[in-house]
Design a protein around this ligand. Structure first.
Ligand SMILES: [Mg+2]
Length: 277
């Protein structure tokens, strides 16, 4: 079911991207971020608040736990998608597409493949179907995770929390069978705490479990680790569910991108651009 949902998301229509493509091809700027909710907080305020919550929890003799989603939260996975599109263009000898992709920045790309291809003026439906199949065979695999890059300030923030005694949980909708090894390697390569005490990785047991269902089921486990004082995720649905699960925690959305047609974000969820600004 989720594979189907992802396919639908990948084929999401490009209605809003034509103007963006024109603007972009004019060499003006990076395309706007496809996040449907305004930034509400400065990163430095959220960083300070989270550290204060960690300190207060420790002072009360409890174990502070902070949850971090990976894709679109700690990591920009757009370079992973860019790499796959580039390989497609080279392997299928689509030389024009190769040349146009070379002009496309690899970071903060739109969520849907159709929107990304629209940025390079590619609107062919049949090509999109081929790209989507090629992408789906690679995106959810260990081998390609190495192309991801940390979101600005993510590494420093996680390290700061960890050094302050936080139990850090990488709480991701990536599936363990297909992505655990690449995920651990990526975290280690970039310097995130991983494979050590107080660094927990919680991935899906199966690709076919829906992300929100997986995260909802894991709430009880998170509570066994200590007191969840904050969570960071880019999907509004996950943030809303966390809001219900942990009413006193800081629930933070990172304004990178999200799946199409999100539920309205709960008003008490803070939205930050990244972990710096
Ligand atoms: Mg995510």
């Amino acid at each position: 079911m989720e594979r189907q949902a992802r396919r639908i998301a990948a084929l999401w229509d490009a209605r809003l991207t034509c103007g963006r493509a024109l603007l972009y091809r004019g060499g003006m700027t990076q395309p706007p971020r496809p996040f449907g909710f305004p930034v509400t907080h400065a990163a430095q305020d959220v960083v300070r608040d989270t550290l204060e919550r960690v300190a207060a929890t420790r002072a009360a003799g409890r174990v502070p736990v902070v949850l971090f989603d990976l894709d679109g939260t700690l990591f920009d996975n757009a370079p992973r998608t860019w790499q796959i599109l580039y390989e497609f263009s080279v392997l299928r000898a689509r030389h024009e597409l190769t040349a146009r992709l070379r002009t496309l920045p690899k970071h903060q790309l739109p969520y849907a493949l159709a929107d990304i291809l629209a940025l390079v003026d590619e609107h062919d439906g049949e090509l999109l179907r081929q790209v989507a199949a090629f992408w789906e065979d690679r995106f959810f695999r260990d081998d390609y995770i190495r192309y991801d890059e940390p979101v600005r300030g993510a590494l420093q923030f996680v390290r700061m929390l960890y050094d302050a005694g936080t139990t850090v949980v990488y709480f991701s909708g990536r599936d363990s069978p297909g992505m655990l090894v690449g995920t651990a390697q990526s975290l280690r390569t970039h310097g995130f705490p991983v494979g050590v005490p107080r660094a927990v990785m919680a991935l899906k047991e199966s690709f076919d479990v829906e992300d929100l269902v997986f995260k909802r089921r894991a709430v009880e486990f998170m509570d066994t680790l200590g007191e969840v004082v904050a969570s960071f995720d880019n999907e509004p649905g996950n943030c809303n569910m966390f809001r219900q699960a942990w009413p006193r925690a800081a629930i933070v959305a990172v304004a990178t991108s999200h799946a199409p047609n999100p539920h309205p974000l709960h008003p008490s969820v803070a939205v930050i651009r990244d972990f710096v600004d």
